[in-house]
Structures are given as C-alpha cells and as structure tokens.
Design a protein around this ligand. Structure first.
Ligand code: NDP
Length: 249
C-alpha cells in the first residue's frame, strides 16, 4: 500500500459496486493503494467488511455498505451514506454484474431478467443516484464496466451482450450530455473472477468456465485500466478502454 504517495488534495472518494469479489475487489485494492478512499458495496457484507479491514490494516482508507443494485432505494442509500460521511463522491464505479449464459431457446427468463436488473438497471440506478450530486458540484467521474460483449455478440450470450451494449450506449449518451463529468467505459475480456460460477445451464457454464480458466487475465489488470482513467487530469476524459487477454482475437 503506498497511500502516502498520493497527496491528500488528490485523494478521491471512490465508490465501487460489486466490490465483494473479482474486478470490484481488485479495483478497491488498487485504488486504495493509489491513495484514494474507497467505499465498497455489494450484498455479501462479510466479504466487504473483511476487505475494508484488510485495506485499512495496509494503511489505506475504506468503508463498506450493504448494497443491492437492483433496488434504486438501496443504491440511493449507498451513495447518500458515502456523500454524508465524506461530503462528496468523486468517482462512482458501476461494476456489479452477472452473466448466467444460455441459448435463447432455453427460455431462462428469470436469468435474463437478472442480467437486465443487475447489469443494466443497476448501472442506471448508480447514475440516477450519483449524477445529481456530481452535477451540483460541477465535477465527478462515472466509470461503467462494460465487456468485450459490448462490442460483439456470441451464441448463448445474447441477453448478456444486450445488457452490455446498452451499458456502452448509455455511457456514450451520458458523455454527450456532460461537459463537467467524466464518463468512462472499461470493457474487459476474460478476467479471473467468480463471474462464470453462476448460471443454471450447466453445459454452457462449464464451457465458459473452462475458457476463462484457460485465457483469463488477473482482475488486477482491469483494475489498472480503471485506475489509469481515474488518474488522468480533470480535463482529460478517457471514454473507452478495452482490456482483453493477448491470447484471444
Ligand atoms: P464477480 O462475480 O467476481 O463479481 C460480481 C460482483 O457483482 C460481486 O461483487 C457481486 O457481489 C456483485 N453483484 C452481483 N449482483 C449484485 C447485486 N444485485 N447488487 C450488488 N452487487 C451485486 O465477477 P466480475 O468481477 O468478473 O464482474 C464484475 C464486472 O465485470 C461485471 O459487470 C461483469 O459483467 C464484468 N466483466 C467481467 C468479465 C470477466 O471475464 N470476469 C469480462 C467482461 C466484463 P455480491 O454477490 O456480494 O452482491
């Protein structure tokens, strides 16, 4: 942890959704190490608590809050708590996501809804909660986690891709509407995380899990891209970053 290298004036209040595992967890570690104060949100509070303690023990600054991004009330409470405690929110990383893949003909409508509710609606809830606060200050940075699935469609991933294309589209719309707030989409390819642990189509899940095991890059590598965008000067708006394993075309 090198929190002493970031002057206090440059320390940002960064809130991260889905910080209990994978990319969100790695992002929290990285941004805390860069000297920022991270506010961690997810449903598995025990994991958040342990991560926040680990960050503080290493000399960083972190607190946590239970969060379900499918609920606008929950996201508002999460953002408000951070705002009240710290007086501002500099960066919001809308990272929470799920990817239960299947072919459309399997008709797993509940899992389609879950992807829409977490990946798309959850990101919109984050924007709805934080944008008025950032607009009022005339400054802020919203980082949405997309995917290579925001750029191409593959069988079994139609709904997941639809949510990620949508995240990319609404990020571009937000960028076009903003001259005071920075907007970044970070789009990873296969990355080490728990993303491929879920989904009721076992055959598809096993195939995606195997590909991920073979190709995935560390979550810390994606965290590095997020940290890069955040570290740019306020007048530099990094809009899209794609970070995929070198071994994949
Ligand atoms: P993980 O499964 O490891 O992490 C997902 C995170 O989302 C967890 O912290 C989980 O926390 C949280 N989450 C899920 N549902 C909710 C909810 N309703 N409310 C709040 N938090 C929720 O996967 P990744 O780290 O890989 O995923 C992070 C992002 O990266 C996602 O948006 C994903 O689509 C994207 N991505 C990942 C890729 C990969 O290969 N890993 C590739 C491309 C994009 P909890 O369960 O505790 O609530």
């Amino acid at each position: 942890m090198n929190s002493t290298t970031t002057p206090t004036a440059d320390r940002k209040i960064v809130i991260v959704t889905g910080a209990s595992s994978g990319i969100g967890e790695a992002t929290a570690r990285r941004l805390a190490a860069d000297g920022h104060h991270v506010v961690l949100g997810a449903r598995r509070v025990d994991r958040l608590k342990a991560l926040a303690e680990e960050i503080r023990l290493a000399g960083g600054q972190a607190d946590h809050h239970e969060l379900d991004v499918t609920s606008l009330d929950s996201v508002r409470a999460f953002v408000q708590a951070a705002h009240e405690r710290h007086g501002r929110v500099d960066v919001m990383v809308n990272n929470a996501g799920v990817m239960p893949l299947s072919r459309l003909e399997a008709g797993l409508v509940e899992e389609w809804d879950q992807m829409i509710d977490v990946n798309l609606r959850g990101t919109l809830h984050g924007i709805a909660a934080v944008l008025p606060l950032m607009r009022a200050r005339g400054a802020g940075h919203i980082v949405n986690i997309g995917s290579t699935a925001a750029y191409r469609v593959d069988p079994t991933a139609a709904v997941y891709c639809a949510t990620k294309f949508a995240v990319r589209a609404l990020s571009e719309g937000l960028r076009q509407e903003s001259t005071d707030i920075r907007v970044t989409v970070v789009s990873p390819g296969y990355t080490e995380s728990e993303l491929t642990h879920h989904g009721s189509d076992e055959e598809v899940r096993a195939a995606v899990h195997a590909a991920s095991q073979q190709f995935a890059i560390p979550a810390a590598s994606v965290a590095g891209a997020i940290a890069y965008a955040i570290a740019q000067p306020e007048d530099v708006d990094v809009n899209e970053l794609i970070v995929r394993p070198t071994a994949l075309t």
